[in-house]
Design a binder for this molecule. Structure first.
Ligand code: PA5
Length: 475
């Protein structure tokens, strides 16, 4: 995979409003960044040394998937020819990337476009087990013309496997023995139940490498197959990621945007009490990129133990805010509430279309002034206004600038945030790739549901003996 991209399409990180002197008070000084230089260098050295190994398999996905890409593109073409709907069954890292990329790179009303104007079948990602939602899906798809992509690395996630059971049953009722032709498994090569089912029924299968964790898997078949099915240029996404990779090799934070991002967030979090990280795209296309980022940052960095086993309880709370919509909801809090937030704007320089505001309402100057401008100008003016309001109140903010939203810039953005997360894990000396806090909830819910497997016996007992809710506290 080539990493040659048009340099005009490079995304940029503008940290002006993070720096001392740019705000009436606060900010990070170049000296504070310099004081972390040896730790930043060590973090980069560690990530570079471990590339492709352990849990860092995602760093190599741009370079080692040639055969996989051919297979994905061939399969995607077959799916487009045969099916009217493509449904991803998955959750967490097996769903948020596909949702984010589809929203970013396809028509915002993709599913509502007539068949000839869509790059592929209608697209759904079922990342919850709300019974009403499942039944609603069955109301709107023609199951006999639907392909289901079951994505679960562990092959054991209850949410995904219950969906598998429901939908394969429904498929059998409609298409009989041909049901396996409607199911594609994306899973681990060896672990879990899905790979066994895939072998037993001859399901078309894509493999998630062991070294690629769920939330780092968007550039593996987890994200690439759904994207390719919907007509997205997956090779351009990978080229964008490779280009960002080439920019994230230096030990010097001023020469490595992801390392600079990690160093700044580390300083804010550990020295300045900035515990909330608001990601605020000013583009509907990037709205679910913020959700994807929130999982990456939260699940990777919210940890209670260092790698040396010491108690730490670290992590910034990531949250999504959509510009301009949330100016009318959250911005008051960001400008005047506690000094505990950093706002990361995602700014788009050139939208894919323009919308002119006609002249009119001459008798109302406050409306008339909008005439002759475009929504493109208005959204950027509002972003700049929000930025100014934050700066004036000494609220830290930074901007990731995307020249356009396209496959190349989205690939860069994904890799930028993944690298920043890995560096942050190094600086915090935590394991950014596990999620023990999620496991506890999983096991407890299986125990509640009566999973009789021996491994849940102790948890069943523990749950049975948990304190009961008191009626007087329920009004
Ligand atoms: O990032 C992660 O590892 C998790 O969010 C997983 O993606 C999520 O729990 C789903 O796991 P699986 O793909 O095994 O079904």
């Amino acid at each position: 995979m080539t990493n040659t991209i048009d340099t005009a399409q490079r995304i940029r990180l503008d940290v002006n409003h993070m720096m001392e002197g740019a705000l009436p008070s606060g900010g990070v000084s170049p000296r504070e960044i310099a004081s972390l230089s040896s730790r930043a260098g060590a973090a980069n050295a560690q990530v570079q040394k471990a590339r492709g190994t352990g849990w860092l398999g995602w760093t190599e996905l741009m370079y080692n998937q040639d055969a996989v890409l051919d297979d994905i593109e061939k399969t995607a073409a077959e799916i487009r020819a045969k099916f009217s709907a493509f449904v991803v069954l998955g959750i967490g890292g097996s769903a948020l990337g596909p949702i984010a990329v589809q929203q970013a790179l396809n028509h915002i009303r993709y599913n509502e476009l007539p068949d000839g104007r869509r790059g592929g079948p209608r697209f759904y990602v079922e990342d919850n087990i709300d019974p009403e939602r499942m039944n609603a899906l069955l109301d709107v798809i023609d199951i006999g013309k639907t392909c289901f992509n079951v994505i679960t690395k562990s092959g054991a996630t209850a949410e995904t496997m219950s969906q598998y059971l429901i939908l394969t049953e429904a498929l059998k009722a409609r298409v009989g023995d041909k049901w396996p032709e409607h199911v594609i498994a994306t899973t681990s090569a060896e672990k879990g139940n899905l790979i066994r089912l895939a072998r037993e029924y001859g399901l078309k299968t894509f493999i998630i490498p062991d070294s690629v964790g769920g939330r780092f898997s968007e550039l593996s078949p987890v994200g690439l197959l759904p994207a390719a099915v919907c007509g997205i240029d997956i090779r351009a996404m990978l080229s964008g990621a490779a280009d960002m990779d080439s920019r994230c090799r230096s030990d010097d934070p001023w020469q490595n945007p992801a390392l600079l991002e990690a160093v700044l967030q580390y300083i804010l979090m550990t020295q300045k009490g900035i515990n909330v990280h608001v990601v605020m795209p000013y583009a509907d296309s990037l709205k679910y990129m913020a959700d994807w980022f929130c999982q990456l940052w939260a699940e990777s960095l919210g940890k209670n133990l260092t790698r040396d086993g010491e108690t730490c309880h670290v992590g910034q709370t990531p949250t999504k805010s959509l510009g301009v919509t949330d100016q009318h909801s959250q911005l008051q809090l960001y400008t005047e509430g506690p000094y505990d937030k950093i706002v990361t704007f995602l700014k788009v320089e050139k939208f894919r279309s323009e919308c002119a505001i006609p002249h009119g309402c001459a008798e109302f100057p406050d409306v008339a002034f909008l005439g002759g401008k475009t929504l493109n100008q208005l959204i950027e003016a509002e972003r700049a206004g929000t930025e100014y309001a934050l700066v004036k109140q000494s609220r830290l903010n930074q901007t990731v600038i995307l020249p356009e939203v396209n496959a190349c810039t989205v690939g860069q953005l994904i890799f930028f945030f993944e690298m920043a997360t890995a560096y942050m894990g190094e600086l915090l000396n935590i394991d950014a790739f596990n999620q023990p806090g999620v496991e506890e909830s999983k096991i407890a819910s299986y125990a509640v549901l009566g999973n009789t497997a021996e491994k849940y016996a102790a948890k069943r007992l523990e749950m049975q003996n948990r304190p009961a809710s008191k009626a007087e506290y329920i009004l």
